[in-house]
Design a protein around this ligand. Structure first.
Ligand code: HH2
Length: 280
């Protein structure tokens, strides 16, 4: 049975017939699709409130780009970017917030400012303080699969069996988080589309994502505006929103519980019509 809820610090998000939408708020100068657009706190807050109004179920605030080749950012710089945004949003919207970070210091301050989940592309493996922080605070967590690190991950991604290896990794990380005292219903798992994967790897994972329900946790998938969309279309420069919608529906058909997207209104409308037309 696919998981039908995801517990955060102060509430449980029930998963209905279509996936929950996690709206992307990048407070960065260099994110791959919207870098610099929401770098000022006021514009990030305005953007996040727009995504909330469009129907986002969760807002994911990030202060460090993880696009291929991106350079790391110090914890103090990451905090300088995200904290004012989280603090302002906590006052202005009831939509739950997640912090997209791999650093316990950043996550801890973000939780103190009102974030209710940690979205970590290293699956809580990069910073040894992360698992205990999540266990003690009782927040939700997203553990993402990545091969390598953002600086080098797209240089030569290779797998013998991409589905088996990503599944096994997420199972190991789930077990490590359970052993650290994190409740299973707080753990969401993400195959990490684009994180050390070729277009073929991404498509194989997307086609097989239904198999990941066996892990017993809600699944998060981030296809939004990613490079593989341009490659499938044979046009790397193509506008990627329409392709994002197609990939989102492929995930929804397989019961994915959470989609991380930039274009909340577009994906939400597509999902509502998908559901009205019979769904999966
Ligand atoms: N993708 C990105 C960042 N964070 N988190 C999860 N759980 N899943 C994803 O697929 C994922 C993620 C990359 O996208 P974006 O935030 O738009 O770009 P950047 O990392 O350049 O800020």
């Amino acid at each position: 049975m696919p998981a039908n809820q995801w517990r955060l610090s102060h509430r449980t998000l029930p998963v209905g017939r279509i996936p929950l939408l996690m709206g992307v708020v990048n407070v960065t100068p260099d994110s791959f699709s919207d870098g610099g657009r929401f770098y000022e706190p006021a514009s990030a807050v305005e953007h996040a409130l727009r995504l909330a109004a469009e129907g986002a179920d969760l807002l994911d605030i990030g202060g460090e780009s993880t696009r291929p080749g991106a350079e790391p950012v110090s914890p103090s710089e990451e905090l300088r970017r995200v904290l004012p945004v989280i603090t302002a949003l906590r006052r202005q919207t009831a939509v739950p917030l997640s912090i997209d970070t791999s650093k316990a210091l950043v996550a801890q301050e973000a939780l103190a400012a009102g974030a209710e989940a940690i979205n970590d592309i290293t699956a809580l493996a990069a910073d040894p303080a992360m698992p205990a922080l999540v266990a003690e605070s009782g927040c939700g967590v997203v553990a993402v699969h990545m091969q390598g690190d953002p600086r080098t991950m797209q240089q030569n991604p290779s797998y013998q069996d991409v589905i088996g290896e990503v599944l096994a990794y997420l199972r190991r990380r789930r077990d490590a988080l359970l052993a650290a005292g994190i409740a299973q219903e707080r753990i969401a798992l993400d195959p990490g589309i684009g994180f050390g994967k070729t277009t073929e790897h991404n498509l194989a994972l997307l086609r097989a994502i239904g198999q990941f329900h066996g892990l017993g946790c809600p699944l998060v998938v981030g296809v939004s505006r990613k490079r593989f969309i341009g490659q499938v279309l044979g046009d790397p420069a193509a506008e990627r929103t329409f392709g994002t919608i197609g990939a989102a529906l492929a995930a929804a058909r397989q019961g994915v519980q959470v989609l991380r997207v930039h274009d909340v209104a577009a994906v939400r409308q597509a999902l509502l019509l998908f559901e009205a037309g019979g769904g999966r």
